[in-house]
Design a binder for this molecule. Structure first.
Ligand code: ADP
Ligand code: MG
Length: 226
C-alpha cells in the first residue's frame, strides 16, 4: 500500500509583473514502504517545491497529497505540523544544526516537538543511531567542531529520531565532497532499508540518484519516470 501519494498536483508562484509562473503541472507520484526514489532536475526546476509539498511544508494549488492514508492538503496547519513531526523526517542541504547544542542535544530536539520530555528510551535510541552513523565519539561535540560529513550524519539521525515512515532529503549531500556525499547517501539508504521506510532524495547528482531504486526527472513542471 502506498504511504505517500500525490495526485494531479499543480503549483505556481506569483511573479513581479502580476502573473504566475507554473512550477508543477499535473504531477502524480506514489511511494510504498521500503521504496527509495530519486528526483533529479536542474536548479530551479521545482525539486524543493515538490519535496516541500510531499512533506506538508507547502500546499499545492490543486491536487491531493496523502500521507499514511490521510489527505494533508485538507488538513489545517496544526494538523500538518503534527504529521510533519510524527510521520516525516526531513534532511536538507544545509544541516540546520543548532550551534549552541551538542550532537546528542540536536538529535533529540524533534522529540520535544512530539513528546513533552526526552525519555530514557529516546536517549538510548539517539545514542544507538549516532553509533550506527559512526558518531559515538562525538555525542557531546558541538557542530562547529565536526566535519561537513559528520554534521550531515548528525542531521540524518535527527531526521530519523521520531521513527518517521517517510524520509525526504533535499540535496542532502550538496555541500559535501564526492566521497562524503556517496558515504552519507549510502548511510541514508541503508537506514531507510533497515527500518523499511520510504525515502525520496532530490538531487542534481546522477551518482547519488543511482543509489535509489526508482528515478524521476522533473522538467518543465512535469515529473517523468526514467
Ligand atoms: P529547485 O529546488 O529545483 O532548485 P525550487 O523548487 O526551489 O527549485 O524553485 C522552483 C522555482 O520556483 C524557482 O524559479 C523559484 O524561484 C520559484 N520559487 C520557489 N519558491 C518560491 C516562492 N515561495 N515564491 C516565489 N517563487 C518561488
Ligand atoms: Mg532546491
Amino acid at each position: 500500500m502506498a504511504i505517500l501519494t500525490l495526485d494531479h498536483i499543480c503549483k505556481s508562484f506569483p511573479v513581479a509583473d502580476g502573473t504566475a509562473t507554473t512550477i508543477l503541472q499535473d504531477v502524480s507520484f506514489s511511494l510504498s514502504r521500503g521504496d527509495t526514489a530519486a528526483v533529479i532536475g536542474p536548479s530551479g526546476s521545482g525539486k524543493s517545491t515538490l519535496l516541500n509539498i510531499m512533506g506538508a511544508l507547502d500546499t499545492p494549488d490543486r491536487g491531493t497529497v496523502s500521507v499514511n492514508g490521510r489527505d494533508i492538503a485538507m488538513s489545517d496547519e496544526n494538523e500538518r505540523a503534527r504529521i510533519r513531526s510524527s510521520d516525516i523526517g526531513f534532511i536538507f542541504q544545509q544541516h540546520h544544526l543548532l550551534p549552541q547544542c551538542t550532537v546528542l542535544e540536536n538529535v533529540l530536539l524533534p522529540v520535544l516537538a512530539t513528546a513533552k520530555q526526552v525519555s530514557p528510551a529516546h536517549h538510548e535510541r539517539a545514542v544507538t543511531l549516532l553509533g550506527r552513523v559512526g558518531l559515538s565519539g562525538h555525542l557531546n561535540a558541538f557542530p562547529a567542531t565536526l566535519s561537513g560529513g559528520e554534521r550531515q550524519r548528525t542531521a540524518v539521525v535527527r531526521a530519523l529520531i521520531n521513527d518517521p515512515a517517510i524520509i525526504l532529503a533535499d540535496e542532502p549531500t550538496g555541500s559535501l565532497d564526492q566521497a562524503s556525499a556517496l558515504a552519507v547517501t549510502d548511510l541514508i539508504v541503508a537506514l531507510a532499508h533497515e527500518h523499511d521506510r520510504a525515502l525520496v532524495v532530490v538531487t542534481h547528482s546522477h551518482e547519488v540518484a543511482g543509489r535509489m531504486g526508482t528515478h524521476y526527472a522533473l522538467h518543465a513542471g512535469t515529473l517523468t519516470a526514467i
